[in-house]
Design a protein around this ligand. Structure first.
Ligand code: SIN
Length: 529
């Protein structure tokens, strides 16, 4: 079947939903989302959204903190406009019904949290459930919009790109989409296609991300020939709950912002050896410090101790963390929390300009899937939700400038051809390869890298890629297979980018090149040959 829409938005996190609200004033919107509409990386964001809203704060300070974290690779013009465009976007979220937590002392002000790398309190939050609150409010708003259709349990397979004559890069006509429940593949034709598919934490064995984070938009854009930038910069969150039964539960950096202290199992502190900001140092430094200490001591985790704060304060400020830890038998008001680093965020992504345009005409990217230049070599905490709302507005501005000039292409789009493919009788291939990639990435392309480890990873991932390609074209397409193909592509992009950067900078640390080198003060760009 072929569906026609003005705007095809892939993904239903903060980027996709905020864009849908605005784009619906210009035309019809189809949102394609893999699970239920609220299941996104945004939904799991605890910390919040960084913005200058306090009179004693300044744009300059937020810009400086972002640039320092970014280790020389941020695009300064992008940092500046994102920071300065924050206040109207925050106001818009509030007008759409997002309830940020108010200050206890002055109900006219919002409570501001602090996180690693920020020199002051600047993070708006809804207790420790900020992403959940944003998704609630935006989904509620979208549910009243007649122009928006949401396709839940649908996953994009590939973008549809038309290349004519000398136009080698081509323009995007939409995407092939799998209806997961019905096992049917449909064509979605759109004037504009916008990737808002989030990140790819599932490329790693241990991650704070939900199961949906398989880099689908990134992989589709790469296969379509778009420029992909800076994939070596994978942010590992320093403090994921360490418990055998817990799957990917983040202990927000805001806990350290409220005084949480990192300790070894024997109770001694260690962060003073690594950075003057101690436990609140930028994330790359804290994650690497924990990794070093864990490797030296042979322990599997360190401790995050907030027991010196008042019990009622902790339960009120961190209800989600308090309750979740309690489920695992840890009372954070009286016991330190076992934590270890986990893959959290991809600073690189589909390269975009100041308005979210990718290198392919009519294809945009917004949110974690994109690389705008804001994060450079290391993202400042809580800057990502901000980037998503500022850029979704910029995408909207760009499409509203052009929507009257663009018509639906009448180019023929061949329907997806499922002939010759059969049901797989060997699903173990998918689960085995899935597991192997994630383990390989964790062991060889983690916080500390070396040329040898990267070579090993490249060899293994190449082999898996060949096997998947063969499998992919011989068997019926399923969600698991699409995701496996995507995490393999993303893993390959990370390894290739990491191999090209012969220095250490921000989140990329290679023991064979421990120093930062001026000749690498540039983006790593990869385009499919
Ligand atoms: C956190 O709450 O620690 C995560 C915030 C972020 O990743 O920006």
């Amino acid at each position: 079947m072929e569906f026609k829409t003005d705007f095809l938005i892939l993904g239903s996190g903060i980027a996709g939903l905020s864009l849908a609200i605005k784009a619906s004033t210009l035309g019809s919107v189809a949102i394609v989302t893999k699970k239920e509409k609220s299941e996104s990386n945004t939904n799991y964001a605890q910390g919040g959204i960084a913005a200058v809203t306090d009179q004693t704060d300044s744009f300059d300070e937020h810009i400086q903190d972002t640039l320092i974290c970014g280790a020389g690779l941020c695009r300064e013009d992008v940092v500046e406009f994102i920071v300065k465009e924050a206040p109207p976007r925050i106001k818009e979220l509030i007008d759409w019904g997002v309830n940020f937590t108010k200050s206890e002392t002055n109900p006219n002000l919002y409570d501001l949290g602090r996180e690693g790398g920020h020199n002051r309190r600047r993070v708006l939050h809804a207790k420790d459930l900020t992403g959940h609150e944003i998704e609630r409010a935006l989904n509620e708003k979208v549910s009243h919009l007649k122009n928006v259709s949401i396709y839940e349990n649908h996953i994009g397979i590939d973008l549809i790109i038309k290349r004519e004559g000398s136009d080698k890069i081509g323009h995007c006509l939409g995407a092939y989409v799998l209806d997961i429940n019905k096992s049917e593949i449909h064509t979605y034709r759109a004037k504009y296609t916008i990737l808002c598919t989030g990140g790819a934490g599932k490329v790693y064995l241990i991650t704070t991300n939900p199961d949906i984070a398989t880099g689908d938009g990134l992989a589709m854009a790469y296969r379509a020939g778009a420029q992909i930038a800076n994939m070596e910069f994978i942010q590992f969150h320093p403090t994921c709950l360490y418990h055998p039964a817990a799957k990917a539960f983040l202990i927000s950096e805001a806990v350290r912002g409220e005084g949480g202290i990192l300790r070894l199992k024997n109770g001694s502190t260690f962060m003073e050896k690594y950075h003057p900001m101690n436990s609140l140092a930028p994330r790359d430094i804290v994650a690497k410090a924990i990794d070093t200490e864990i490797k030296q001591s042979g322990d599997e985790y360190v401790l995050l101790d907030i027991t010196h704060r008042d019990r009622d304060f902790l339960i009120n400020r961190f209800p989600n963390i308090y309750n979740k830890c309690l489920e695992y038998g840890i009372d954070i008001t009286s016991q330190p929390i076992p934590v270890a680093p986990a893959a959290h965020y991809i600073c690189g992504g589909v390269a975009v300009d100041h308005y979210g345009k990718t290198s392919i005409a009519n294809l945009f990217a917004c949110g974690e899937v994109s690389c705008t230049g804001l994060h450079g070599a290391n993202r400042l905490a809580s800057n990502s939700l901000l980037e998503a709302v500022v850029y979704s507005h910029r995408v909207y501005m760009e499409i509203s400038r052009n929507i009257n000039k663009i018509k639906h292409s009448d180019a023929f789009i061949a329907p997806w051809d499922p002939s010759g493919t059969t049901e797989s009788d060997d699903s173990v291939v998918v689960t085995h390869n899935w597991d192997e990639i994630r383990r390989c990435m964790w062991n060889y392309v983690g916080i500390v890298r070396s040329d040898k480890r990267l070579e090993r990873a490249a060899r293994r991932i190449d082999l898996i890629q060949k096997e998947i390609d063969e499998y992919y074209w011989n068997f019926k397409v399923t969600k698991d297979l699409v995701e496996l193909r995507n995490i393999t592509t993303v893993a390959k992009l990370i390894v290739r980018s990491a191999t090209l950067r012969k220095e250490s900078r921000g989140l990329h640390y290679n023991i064979d090149y421990p120093d930062t080198r001026d000749e690498f003060k540039k983006d790593t760009i990869i385009v499919k040959e």
